[in-house]
Each structure stands twice: as C-alpha cells, then as structure tokens.
Ligand binder design. Sequence first.
Ligand SMILES: Cc1cc2nc3c(=O)[nH]c(=O)nc-3n(C[C@H](O)[C@H](O)[C@H](O)COP(=O)(O)O)c2cc1C
Length: 330
Amino acid sequence: MSLLKTASGIGLTRSVIRKKFVIEDQRLKTTVFGLSFPNPVGLAAGFDKDAKHFNELADLGFGFIETGTVTPLPQDGNPKPRLFRLPVDGALINRMGFNNEGVDKAAERLKHRNTNIIIGGNIGKNKITPNEEAIKDYLVCFEKLYDVVDYFVVNVSSPNTPDLRELQDKKPLQALLAKLMEVRNSYVKAGKKKKPLLLKIAPDLNTLQLDDIISIVKETGIDGLVATNTTISREGLMTGEGEVKAIGNGGLSGRPLRQRATEVIRYLSEKSGGSVPIIAAGGIHSAEDALEKLRAGASLVQIYTGFIYEGPSLIRKINEALLVENKGNK
Ligand SMILES: Cc1cc2nc3c(=O)[nH]c(=O)nc-3n(C[C@H](O)[C@H](O)[C@H](O)COP(=O)(O)O)c2cc1C
C-alpha cells in the first residue's frame, strides 16, 4: 500500500497506473439506490478500515470502496496472529476484531477525497459497548460520517466481536435500523442529501432468519443489503483438519464461501421479488464468479479475499467480462 501511495502521489506514475487498471466506459455505469457507480466492482469492508488508502485504491479501477468497519472509539482488535491464509482453499480466516483508529480519524481523512468513485462507510460498535447500548455506537458513527461518505453499511454480522451477531435478531435489528432511518430522515428534512443505508448480513443465517431480514428491510425502509460477511462454518475445506483447528476462531472468506453467499443472494432476491438492492460479497475470485453473483440477483459486487489472491487485475477482468456480456445482450 505504501508503494501504491508513493506512486499515486506522482502525477506521471499515477496516470500510468490508472491507464493499466481503470476502464472508463459508460456501459459499466450502474445506478443503484440513487447512486451512480462508475462500474459495479467494489472493494469490500475491512481492507481500508481507517480510510487511509481509498484515494490510491481508486486508481486500481474500483467503482466503489467501502471503508471501515469503524467504531466510535479507537480499539486494538484481537491479539496477533489474527489473520491466516489457507492457500490450497483460496481462503482466509480472520479474527481481526474491528481494529481501527476510531470514527473521528476516518471522518477527517474522508474529507480529503481525490476520487470521483463512490465511497461507503461501514459502521460498528466497540467491543466494550454492551449490546443493549449498541444503538448509541452506531448513531455516533452514522452522525460523524454522514457528510463524508456516499452510503452506509450497518455491520452486525462480524463473527469477531463477542455477541455482535445477536443484533441480527429481529427485535434489536428492527430497533437499530429504525433509529438510524429516523435520524437519516430528519437530516433529509433539514436539507441534507439522502445517504443510502444498507445492512450487511452473515452467510450463516437460516431461511427463517433471511425471511425476517426481508421483512425488516421492508418495514424500516432501508435501501439494501450487503450479502455476505465471512462465515463461521469450516465445511468443505481442503486444508487439513488439524491445521484448521490450530488456527481457531474467526471468519472464513474466499472460495469456500462462494456458493453459500450466492445461495443467500438468490434466496433474498427471489423472495423479495427483486425489490431489495443487493451488494454481493463472498468468494469472487474470477469474472465468472462475479457474473454468478449478478445473475443471482445482485446489483453490485465486492471483492476482498479474491483481491488478495488474484491481485488488482481481477477488477479489470470482471469489468471486461461485463462489457463482453453487455455486447452479447445487444
Ligand atoms: C481480513 C478481513 C477483514 C475484514 N474486515 C471486515 C470489516 O471490518 N467489516 C466488514 O463488514 N467486513 C469485513 N470483512 C468481510 C469482507 O468485507 C467480506 O464480506 C468477506 O470477506 C467475503 O468476501 P471475500 O470472500 O471476497 O473476502 C473482512 C474480511 C477479511 C478477510
């Protein structure tokens, strides 16, 4: 990242990098929840947690970047080691635990944008905040980032903050989203721009829980979903059982998550009659994987583990495939 930062800081090398990675084509433009994305390929949350690199990452061709997860107070996250590669599976296991410098630092950096791509803000709660007071934490982050991001994602689906995922239950989730929507609506009434609010969900929810999610989206009027976060499942791994056990707790991402994430997206899309915009994440390592997510009903895709294993050329490959597909449709 520091190499990219240095190179992007020099006008000439920046234009060389952009020429290699960025595809500017009107046919890739995607309008979802009132925002116009230059292309539908984004960087998933957790890579640029502190909004330190989004300007340079934009030069790699992303159509959008989701910063965060940020919490009100800075926190260290879990002790290291907390990030593990499973190369034979094309996977990662992480238990970072929302390590971040706090929302104030991110908000300050986000004021200095040097890119016209869409920037999201993924918000969470501090580890020391009990679930009963979680709303307060999400509100602080929402208010502090409101003027500096284009959309929000409420993260209640990370497996690495104790009990966080209990906030995915119907009652607390409804209360949390209703409160954030109330604040959003008051901002809009006061003349501020409407910032879309999305919910990020775990791939480990069962069908009944997914049904609840759809009703909550409808009842609260939030703008969409990000599906999915990492999984706590260890099913179908080729990495030896002993090695996986030795790694311990954490969220699994990458190739082994691909199929389940697609199933969740397909279910949500079909069950909601396509009325809920979905950002897809989970095991996208090739253009074909991205097309699979879009065919299942997603409007946009995000990559994280695929970006680590395949490198930045993956962004271009997906966009090129979309252009070919687009031509085929004409
Ligand atoms: C190291 C690491 C850190 C992550 N941190 C966050 C985070 O802070 N907030 C969040 O919503 N998702 C986080 N995620 C989840 C990703 O955004 C994404 O939903 C998930 O990894 C599935 O996509 P992938 O298979 O392309 O990696 C993280 C993932 C990884 C691998």
